[in-house]
Each structure stands twice: as structure tokens, then as C-alpha cells.
Design a protein around this ligand. Sequence first.
Ligand SMILES: [Zn+2]
Length: 78
Amino acid sequence: MSPNPNTKTGRAQLARHARRFGHFHDRAKATIAITCPLCKDRPSGPEPRYGESVNQALDALLDTHLLYDCPKGPQKND
Ligand SMILES: [Zn+2]
């Protein structure tokens, strides 16, 4: 069963999957990026805030991408 990007659980599974395959932390530019497992786009964003882990920041980045930007995300289904 493949994760369902319509649900929070599904998006969390996708984020875990994505982290295993490719994420980037550019310390020089203070940005992070993660490859979307659905569309192979690579959304990027600022480094984690104080007290936030890189994984949490990557998950949030992908979650936002899936919800608003991903051509294969939930908003394109209806
Ligand atoms: Zn995507």
C-alpha cells in the first residue's frame, strides 16, 4: 500500500520515505531541501529553527509542498 498524501499519516510516511532517499542541508546557505517522492521536485526552505530538529524541519517542508505545491498532491485530486 502506498502512502496517501491526503492524510496526515500518509504525508508523514512520505516524509520518512523521502528523508531516506535524499535530503540536503546546505550549511553555507542555511537552507535545507528534500526530494518529493511523488513528483521528484525538490522544495527547499530555511534551516530548522532553534529547538527544531532537521528531520522535523524536513517533514514540515515536505508537508507544505504536498499540500500546496505538489502536482501530485492532494489538492489536485478533485
Ligand atoms: Zn511533489
